[in-house]
Design a protein around this ligand. Sequence first.
Ligand code: UDX
Length: 445
Amino acid sequence: MNLCIVGTGYVGLVSAACFAEMGNNVCCVDVNPAVVERLNNGEVHIYEPGLEEMVARNRAEGRLAFTTTLAEGLKDAAVAFITVGTPSREDGSCDLCYVHQVARDIGQAMTEPLVVVDKSTVPVGTADQVREIIAEELSKRGASIDYDVVSNPEFLKEGDAVSDFMKPDRVILGTENENSAEIMRSLYSPFARSREKVMVMGVRSAEMTKYAANCILATKISFINEVSGICEKVGADVRDVRLGIGSDHRIGYHFIYPGVGYGGSCFPKDVKALINTAREVGHEPQLLAAVDEVNNRQKFAIAKKVESYFAQQGGLEGRTLALWGLAFKANTDDIREASSLETIKYLTAKGMRVKAFDPVAGPNTARELEGVQGLEIVDSQYEALNGADALAVVTEWNQFRNPDFGQIKNSLKAPLIFDGRNLYPPRDLAEAGFAYFCIGRPDPA
Ligand code: UDX
């Protein structure tokens, strides 16, 4: 099938590469000439395991192309995907200006019947708006061309995006039109091998499904983080509690790891956007508001523990913290809504120096925190330790899981670790002479 994908960000590029991998001809359109030029030179501007090879292979075999011209992308296309950004506004609502612009452009440029697919995460009702905008543009130029607008939200996770796309748990298709449902089913049949995995429903239900999915996952994380805060106060260990509750198959072990709060491009934005949608329609979303609040507090968990530890030792002024991890989670260079940023800003504002290391997210952090006094980003995890007063871990990169504790002890001024991801066995660390502060366990005396 010939496909056009508008927007070569995370979702767009991964979708394009994976559709091409299954033998479709995909033309990606992006308004940014620099991005298109880089992609045409074989450079992938996103860090995602397996993506660069897949893009290169499909380009070489002629199934994947990049352009800045929508008319070129739409030539012979049966389906056009809208995968542009939907940034948050100040009030938490979703800014749809890019989606609306693409809808206008499609209405002006399309010449053949087309299935237009909303793949960006968009508030309920957006597909209807896209449909109206295209209708307006067609009528302005007196054209009568068949089209449908389908909602097809994407569920991929950063770091696992290619495998999530290639082997989805489910494919959600929101449409009332049997013909577009068939086109979309055949496009996805190589990915979702059993037919039950492809779920066709109303457009608004599909749009709502995406928000409900991300919000229940965010709720699980805020729930366990809330429980972890209580555990610290009552002398329980959240790691045991997680195992204890997870063994009930109705609860399960997954996605209830306590930590430094959820970050990234989806959960924080989508929880806020659903809160906003609910309020717009007169429903006060009490649970979601609490999920968001708990998360905002949790992002400071490590900074607060460091602050209260040093409060008894003369304060943070003149102290240095070695920080391992900047990305919002492992296997990505994405720092959007990362706890590391809040940790750094909070502690440096109070006079602490931070020497930070991340395997890939250093350059993004340097750009984001340009001008923050007291932050130094270094090239190795052990270099960060030299002369520091303590180590704090905020991202669960594998290379932090089994470090050389002897070297850590020798490099730090005192054997002191703050662990925002519960990577280490507390008993082993205590035996090795460390004061070890983690999440959801009473702090050492
Ligand atoms: C998420 C959804 O998983 C995905 O389906 C959706 O399409 C986009 O949003 P992503 O943002 O890539 O994907 O990251 P994910 O792996 O889900 O982690 C989100 C955040 O939650 C991270 O900050 C992670 O550290 C945190 N998290 C996750 C926890 O704190 N505890 C957990 O048990 C799981």
